[in-house]
Each structure stands twice: as C-alpha cells, then as structure tokens.
Design a protein around this ligand. Structure first.
Ligand SMILES: [Zn+2]
Length: 180
C-alpha cells in the first residue's frame, strides 16, 4: 500500500492530519516496488489533475469552488474490502481523501475558498479517463431604473445571465416589473 492509503486507515484514530506522513512512519521508510493495492498509485498523479483544474479555471473570476471526484469502481471496491476486512470504522473513503488532497493543493496555489454547499464554480475531476470539467453557477444581476422626471414609469428590471464560456454571456431571462 502507498503511504497515503496506509496512513488514511489510522490517521483518524490517532487524530493526525497528514495521512502521507503517518503512512511513511508506519512503513518505517520501507519502499515497496509494487503499486499500491488500493489506489494503484493514484496519489502520485494528483499534480496532473491540479494542473487541469488550474488551466480550466484560469479565465474565471471566482472566490469559492467545489470538487467532485469520479474514480474507477474497482478502486472503491478494494478500499471497501480493506476497511471491512480489518473492521476499520469512521475513516475517510478513498474518494474523500483524493478530494481533500486536491482541495489542499488547489487552495494553496490559488488562495480560493472551498464551499461544498453553494460554490461559484464546481470541478468534476474524473480520474477514470483523466479529465476535468468545470461548471459555473448562474450569475444574477439586479438592475434598477431611477425615476428622474415626473410622469415616467419607474421600472424594476431583473436580468439573469449565465456564464457560458470564458467571455460569452447569454441573456437568460429578462423580467420587467412596471411600477407607476
Ligand atoms: Zn494508495
């Protein structure tokens, strides 16, 4: 098993935050030549996915982001097998751990904030086919006419626009509410 996967199995009980560091300690610096049984050395490749996230988001202005992970079912199966075989409860799943690692790396690079509930942009990182998608939340802009002369109608305008690509905006809905 790799340092990251081994450490993850015990870090919660020991209240430690670095799975990799703990895994290394537990292995007493023993270096295995074979691939990790659980993740097949996926954690060594996270920089590639970080780069995809950085490239994709470089043209967006945002403060908050979320991350979703897609991995091969066989990895989830092996992770479940190890956890049930050794009756390990309350530990992070491999999917959660991959997301945590990517969030750590992305936040460090960009200083953006993770928001799992209502992020401005969401990455879907697909480790199966080594791709990444970005979805941006619709942006709502409120505009208001100011009544400058008597006799003119005062209008309240609500325009919702959706960010389609880097610079392309599409008017999604225009709603006029007349008030005299
Ligand atoms: Zn591993």
């Amino acid at each position: 098993m790799c340092d990251q996967c081994l450490g993850r199995l015990f870090s919660k009980q020991l209240h430690l935050s670095s799975n990799k560091f703990l895994g290394k300690k537990l292995k007493k610096n023993y270096i295995s030549k074979s691939k990790c049984y659980v993740c097949k050395d996926l954690f060594c490749n996270l920089d590639h996915f970080l780069k995809l996230m950085l490239d994709l988001s470089s043209n967006y202005e945002f403060q908050t982001y979320g991350v979703g992970i897609i991995i091969k079912p066989s990895i989830v199966d092996r992770d479940d097998f190890i956890r049930s075989k050794y009756k390990l409860k309350g530990i992070d799943s491999i999917k959660t751990d991959i997301a945590k690692e990517l969030i750590k790396l992305f936040t460090k690079k960009t200083q953006k904030t993770l928001d799992s509930f209502d992020p401005e942009i969401t990455f879907t990182v697909n480790l199966k086919d080594e791709s990444c998608q970005l979805h941006s939340k619709s942006i709502t802009i409120f505009g208001k006419y100011v009544k400058s002369e008597r006799g003119y109608a005062q209008k309240q305008t609500l325009v919702t626009i959706v960010l389609v690509q880097d610079v392309e905006f599409v008017i999604f809905m225009v709603f006029l509410n007349l008030k005299v």
